[in-house]
Design a protein around this ligand. Structure first.
Ligand code: PMP
Ligand code: GLN
Length: 390
């Protein structure tokens, strides 16, 4: 038999053959390292929610749910958006349950952007955005975050400069992966104005919407003037309820946009996993206090991990939310974060992720490493102890 050609993967997906999370998690396992690379919690979500999922299986909710998602979950999502943001979505036409936020993002790009149209990302950007754009045969352009008093903020001019007559969509993520930046109201208003002025669709990736520190407000782009009609808001149970393996997410937006997302979603997965949906609906309605505790616990871990990184010699950046904190390796005499992260598991038994892989201009981001603090007490303590070996 002939050996397979190394280039069977279609050209537009070749740059996406493997993800950084898979590579660093593999290295973590190989070296028995503490995995502060891939952002997944290692403790469970609320017990009552888990029980609802078990019960759903026992009750026989094991066949295809409706394509848009189970009504009980769509109604819970609608209530949640109304209670927390004052935005009203019709659960029958304006909410779609997806296989995680990842599918919602890909389906939004596939269903709303023509091949050759441009999509603007703000770098560093979550890796799946670029892959979704490639899947759609669209063209990626980038704006950027810039340093801002120990943290980061959006360079609004770079957003304006990235827009051309071909721009169809802008993807904005706040709270932000990988930097932990939470965009403030003024910046979001400026972004909204740009989107309205150029009549651009917006995908607002809000998967960390509950996880902001120091009572910082999470402003949903969808709530700003002119934005409801052009924004697809995406969130997920993964981060809010510590169930990244459930792959239960959602997209909310006006009917004509959700129709596009649904057209694509139908032929990727048809529907999202059945028994998880009543469980997530239950959690949206009953587990807000659990989420607040999660947020406070994460903030405490962020503070402790930052201190350890600082003591180990990193220049630690400010995180305002999410699962992540970034740290600069320059004071350690290092210059290449990718190389640094590839060696770190063997060197001190800790895995992390280089920020450069989330950008189109790695030369500007070569000294930054992302660490996650969404791990249980034992993992965080072990990570902190090992960082002192540096
Ligand atoms: N967007 C961002 C910014 C993320 O960090 C993640 C997951 N870490 C996702 C989307 C994907 O979410 P899900 O697991 O629900 O597909
Ligand atoms: N979103 C998680 C992170 O940023 C991991 C997701 C993944 O493994 N694709 O670490």
């Amino acid at each position: 038999m002939q050996s397979a050609s190394p280039h069977r993967t279609v050209e537009r997906l070749r740059p996406f053959a493997s993800t950084i999370f898979a590579e660093m998690t593999e290295l973590a396992v190989a070296h028995d390292a503490v995995n502060l690379g891939q952002g997944f919690p290692d403790s469970d979500g609320p017990a009552a929610m888990l029980e609802v999922a078990r019960q759903a299986i026992a009750d026989g909710l094991n066949q295809y749910p409706p394509g848009r998602g189970m009504p009980v979950l769509r109604r819970a999502i609608a209530r949640d958006r109304l209670d927390r943001y004052g935005t009203s979505y019709d659960p029958d036409t304006e909410i779609l349950v997806t296989v995680g936020a990842t599918e919602a993002i890909s389906a939004a790009v596939l269903g709303l952007v023509e091949p050759g149209d441009e999509v603007v990302l703000i770098e560093p950007y979550y890796d799946s955005y670029a892959a979704a754009i490639a899947l759609a045969g669209a063209v990626r352009r980038t704006a950027r975050l810039v340093p801002d008093g120990g943290g980061f903020t959006v360079d609004l001019d770079s957003v304006r400069n990235a827009i051309t007559p071909r721009t169809r969509m802008l993807i904005v993520n706040s709270p932000h992966n990988p930097t932990g930046t939470v965009l403030g109201r003024a910046n979001l208003e400026a972004i909204a104005e740009i989107a309205c002025e150029h009549d651009i669709l917006v995908v607002a990736d809000e998967v960390y919407e509950h996880l902001t520190f120091d009572e910082r407000e999470h402003v949903s782009l969808s709530t700003l003037p002119g934005m409801a009609e052009r924004t697809v808001v995406i969130s997920s149970a993964a981060k809010t309820f510590s169930v990244t393996g459930w792959k239960t997410g959602w997209a909310c937006g006006p009917e004509q946009l959700i129709d596009g997302v649904r057209a694509a979603k139908q032929f990727m997965t048809f529907v999202a996993g059945g028994p998880f949906q009543p469980a997530v609906a239950y959690a949206l309605e009953h587990e807000q206090p659990w989420v607040h505790t999660l947020r406070d616990t994460l903030q405490d871990k962020y503070v402790r991990l930052s201190k350890a990184l600082d003591e180990a010699g990193f220049d630690v950046k400010r995180s305002e939310g999410s699962y992540f904190v970034c740290a600069d390796i320059t004071p350690l005499g290092e210059t290449d974060a990718l190389d640094f992260c590839r060696k770190l598991p063997a060197r001190i038994g800790v895995a992390a992720v280089p920020v450069s892989v989330f950008t189109d201009h790695p030369e500007n981001w070569n000294s930054l490493v992302r660490f996650t603090f969404c791990k249980n007490e034992e993992t965080i303590s072990a990570g902190i102890e090992r960082l002192h070996r540096l």
